[in-house]
Design a protein around this ligand. Structure first.
Ligand SMILES: CC(=O)N[C@H](C=O)[C@@H](O)[C@H](O)[C@H](O)COP(=O)(O)O
Length: 226
């Protein structure tokens, strides 16, 4: 296995993302959040947006999984080959791309994106953000390096489970010949550990570590319910 992927085995990846209109949407802030996650033991950082990625690269000495988000609907995670190349240009070891079977805005297949990126950025690895087992099968066939459950509950093929989609994790782990990253609604340390037991290679946690507005809301809701 590629050493970058081997280094993620059994370890935690922390996703550091702020969204449009939010106070923390600032490259310096996100870099500080990422640095804090590394101090806490994150084996890699996942981050969004070229400005954040460029700010993080010089000071983050663990692998970075980079992406861009274009819009919010359909294929929005690093949707085109040009986007994937722009992300790789920032120096990310891994480029996360939409790994669903939906039509991509540039008309290319996922296999085209993997091949195109290999031509321009031979050392870049591709993570496929999948929404179903069929996506994961197709992504594996397309030549990606890392499978993720990132889009389970968001692409219309799987229900949006409260926590991680463990049934999907088990299904993909049952056939995958590639490492599997469990990502999406991992909200507790116990869920992260459970993901590994169900066959994940690595676990990506975002909101529960790096999105204070959401975490605050969880507590506020619990108080008002009690
Ligand atoms: C669906 C989508 O757009 N997911 C994004 C992918 O990069 C992020 O918004 C998530 O925060 C990330 O996947 C981590 O998941 P969670 O925040 O649930 O731990």
């Amino acid at each position: 296995m590629n050493p970058v992927l081997e280094a993620l085995r059994g370890r935690l990846v922390v996703s550091c993302q702020a969204y449009d209109g939010e106070p923390m949407l600032d490259p310096r802030t996100m870099t500080q959040v990422a640095q804090s996650a590394v101090i806490g033991g994150a084996a890699a950082i996942r981050a969004k947006g070229l400005d954040d990625l460029r700010a993080m690269r010089p000071v983050i000495d663990v692998p970075i999984i980079g992406l861009v988000k274009i819009g919010k609907d359909g294929v929005f995670i690093t949707p085109t080959l040009a986007d994937a190349r722009a992300v790789a240009d920032t120096g990310c070891e891994i480029v996360a791309v939409d790994g669903t079977r939906r039509e991509r805005p540039d008309g290319l297949s996922l296999a085209d994106v993997v091949a195109g990126l290999a031509q321009s950025h031979p050392s870049a690895l591709v993570m496929a953000d999948c929404g179903s087992a069929d996506d994961a099968r197709a992504a594996q066939d397309a030549g990606v390096h890392l499978l993720g459950t990132t889009l389970a509950g968001y692409s219309g093929e799987r229900p949006k489970t409260d926590g991680p989609d463990f049934a999907l994790v088990e299904e993909i782990a049952g056939f995958a010949e590639l490492p599997l990253a469990v990502e999406g609604r991992v909200h507790t340390p116990a869920q992260a550990a459970e993901a590994l037991r169900r066959g994940a290679h690595t676990v990506v946690v975002g909101t529960a570590i790096t999105h204070p507005a959401s975490i605050t809301g969880w507590f506020v809701d619990a108080l008002s319910a009690g």
